[in-house]
Design a protein around this ligand. Structure first.
Ligand SMILES: *Cc1c(COP(=O)(O)O)cnc(C)c1O
Length: 393
């Protein structure tokens, strides 16, 4: 094509269609190659594909797309976000140590504390918004620093370049979970990160219809190592789901822009409401990580959290709200309201949970594509909580 596909919004649409169809049929969409195995043309010359665990043309179109979007060398598609994250941790060996942001996704926390420990891979959780605390937790055997920014559910911001600097000085790799921002708003590889990870279940697919994970490596060597693990462990994304995800990615630009604009309005509305004690959204100028986030990201995203006085108020609010679905997950076209205390952070002891700001009054909202005036009107009616319903029971 005779134009410059430099803008990410343009790449979202066209990156996947470069694969093979242009030459063959002109089909605008990547074919779904439902084939586990591939005929080899000759006895001593094998073609580019042999078996779909090792490589599948539909999955490859997705993998090349995410690599191009993140500005990396190699993209890999997995059966879930957790499969991508766990496979990246399999690059480590017994005796190694990882430094992890203390408010990582619950599934990542579980894998690190309950699975990696069985293979003698040790960990330390640190408050990664504090670079000094991060640097002083490095051990001689620390091999990876693992970031998630903005974090879940309180949207804490880690200074990516600051952590990369600490890692480089100590010969550690850096991994970053970029689920909340997507490459449209945050390009960690450009800031020196080694592996970017995604739960593509969320904003990248965008329609709450697929579970998928993606990884992109900064260099070819890490790409080869992770591809070896992908093929050995075998937690690959199937061809149909790869296709669904490619279609979702095409509309990411329009979806994320619209949802983020609405999220900013909703955050401002909630901040001004007398019943709301606190709002967590990196787009608000008084958010503690606002300036760092603005420096390293192009947008504030569509996820925010807010605090009601107590559990009774949260319950009354959830029972009155009409538009958002009440569920785990985020990043869909529909607004999704979650209650972290019993959903994403149910496994965490109450004391640990509250230390991280996840009180019984905290709710998380992933803003979808409904009209923002309808969303705010809905929040407004649900926040008219009768006084007797806020009393603690
Ligand atoms: C959902 C999520 C994951 C896990 O992804 P799955 O696709 O559910 O396995 C990891 N990190 C973040 C930030 C998430 O929101």
């Amino acid at each position: 094509m005779g134009f410059n596909k430099d803008q990410l919004e343009t790449k979202l649409i066209h990156a996947s269609s470069n694969v093979d169809i242009e030459q063959k049929t002109g089909a605008v969409n990547v074919p779904i190659y439902l084939s586990s195995t591939f005929h080899q043309e000759s006895f001593d010359h094998f073609g580019p594909f042999d078996y779909s665990r090792s490589g599948n043309p539909t999955r490859q179109a997705l993998e090349q797309t995410i690599a191009e979007l993140e500005g990396g060398v190699r993209g890999l598609a997995f059966a879930s976000g957790m499969a991508a994250i766990s496979s990246a941790f399999m690059l480590l060996s017994a005796g190694d140590h990882v430094l992890v942001s203390e408010d990582v996704y619950g599934g990542t926390y579980r894998f690190i504390t309950e699975v990696l420990t069985k293979y003698e891979i040790d960990h330390t959780f640190v408050n990664m918004t504090d670079l000094n605390e991060t640097a002083s937790a490095i051990q001689p055997n620390t091999k990876v620093i693992y970031m998630e920014t903005p974090s879940n559910p309180c949207l804490n911001i880690t200074d990516i370049e600051g952590v990369v600097k600490v890692a480089k000085a100590n010969h550690c790799l850096t991994f970053l979970d970029n689920t909340f921002m997507t490459p449209l708003y945050q390009k960690p590889l450009e800031l020196g990160v080694d592996i970017v990870l995604h739960s593509a279940t969320k904003f990248l697919s965008g329609h709450s219809d697929v579970i998928a994970g993606l990884a992109v490596t900064r260099n070819a060597e890490l790409g080869d190592e992770l591809a070896f693990i992908q093929n050995s462990f075998g937690s690959i994304l199937g061809a149909q789901d790869s296709y669904t995800l490619i279609q979702g990615i095409k509309t990411l630009g329009a979806r994320l822009k619209q949802s983020s604009e609405s999220a900013e309005k909703v955050a401002t509305y909630l901040h001004d409401h007398p019943l709301i004690e606190e709002v967590f959204y990196p787009g608000l100028t008084f958010h503690p990580g606002h300036s760092i986030h603005a420096r390293q990201s192009k947008g504030s995203g569509a996820v925010l959290s807010f605090r009601l006085p107590n559990k009774a108020a949260a319950k009354a609010f959830v029972e009155q709200i009409r538009l958002p679905i009440f569920a785990v997950s985020l990043g869909g076209v529909e607004s999704i309201l979650s209650y972290p205390a019993t959903m994403s952070h149910a496994a965490m002891p109450k004391q640990e949970r509250e230390k991280r700001g996840i009180t019984d009054g905290l709710l998380r909202l992933s803003v979808g594509l409904e009209h923002v005036e309808d969303l705010i009107a809905d929040l407004d009616q649900a926040l008219k909580i009768p006084h007797h319903q806020m009393e603690l029971v």
